[in-house]
Design a binder for this molecule. Structure first.
Ligand SMILES: Cc1cc2nc3c(=O)[nH]c(=O)nc-3n(C[C@H](O)[C@H](O)[C@H](O)COP(=O)(O)OP(=O)(O)OC[C@H]3O[C@@H](n4cnc5c(N)ncnc54)[C@H](O)[C@@H]3O)c2cc1C
Length: 204
């Protein structure tokens, strides 16, 4: 059982250290447990919902409810909580005891360190991977967009699905770069990339 404010990455590390398998992919994802469930965060072919057993939730009117896994419909980077206005309070995960969970988790972190710009400032992956076919990063790379920059926002040289802030990037720089990537990729490959990041209106 983890409180919603617990670091999802740390949870992945600490459970793997006890050779509990199911959340190895979480290590390295900068999110709280609540945020990871809200977005159904995933990596390395695994998603948060796969290890989830129960969610304790406080509705906007103060009602407390426990949702069991079959009551919740998840899909790629989507949870039913995105259409609700309360707060996830805690999450019960179902993990399995497995020799080698720690080794798997260490390999996942090592792979992330080598393939993602984790030492730079970013919002993580910008676009959802299209169904089937090439990943968003591979499509952007294929269109020669690595290193393309608008203001302080730049397509990462390490992983093309990351936009990094190389200094003073404004949200407008990032949005313009997102539009440029979308039009260039669609023009060259016919695929329209849908953002994974949620843009919050500045006037809120
Ligand atoms: C460098 C980097 C790498 C990343 N890598 C990955 C990755 O590999 N895979 C992946 O899937 N994602 C990845 N992400 C995205 C990240 O997992 C999500 O953005 C996640 O939702 C962030 O969680 P947070 O706790 O920081 O929430 P916030 O960013 O604060 O909030 C995200 C959303 O969740 C909601 N929320 C947060 N907590 C709760 C709660 N307790 N109850 C109800 N709603 C809540 C917020 O209202 C908001 O709408 C990455 C992000 C970064 C910056």
């Amino acid at each position: 059982l983890a409180g919603a404010g617990v670091s999802f990455s740390l949870l992945g590390i600490q459970t793997a250290r006890r050779n509990l398998s199911g959340l190895e992919f979480a290590s390295g994802i900068p999110a709280t447990v609540g945020g990871a469930v809200f977005m159904n965060a995933g990596a390395n072919g695994r998603e948060t919902c796969e290890a989830l057993h129960e969610v304790s939730y406080v509705h906007a009117d103060g009602r407390i409810q426990t949702f069991s896994r079959p009551e919740l419909q998840f899909s790629y980077r989507h949870s039913p909580f995105q259409k609700m206005s309360g707060v996830i309070v805690s999450v019960l995960f179902r993990l399995v005891s497995q020799e080698g969970a720690r080794l798997k988790q260490l390999q996942i972190v090592e792979h992330r360190m080598q393939t993602q710009p984790l030492r730079e400032k970013s919002a993580g992956c910008i676009f959802r991977n299209p169904e089937g076919g090439m990943s968003a990063g591979a499509l952007i790379d294929r269109c020669g967009l690595k290193g393309v920059q608008i203001g302080g926002a730049k397509v990462s040289e390490i992983h093309a699905n990351f936009i990094v802030n190389v200094g003073g990037a404004s949200s407008r720089d990032v949005e313009e770069l997102i539009s440029l990537i979308q039009s260039r990729v669609q023009e060259r490959t016919g695929v329209f990339l849908r953002p994974e990041v949620r843009v919050i209106d500045g006037s809120l």
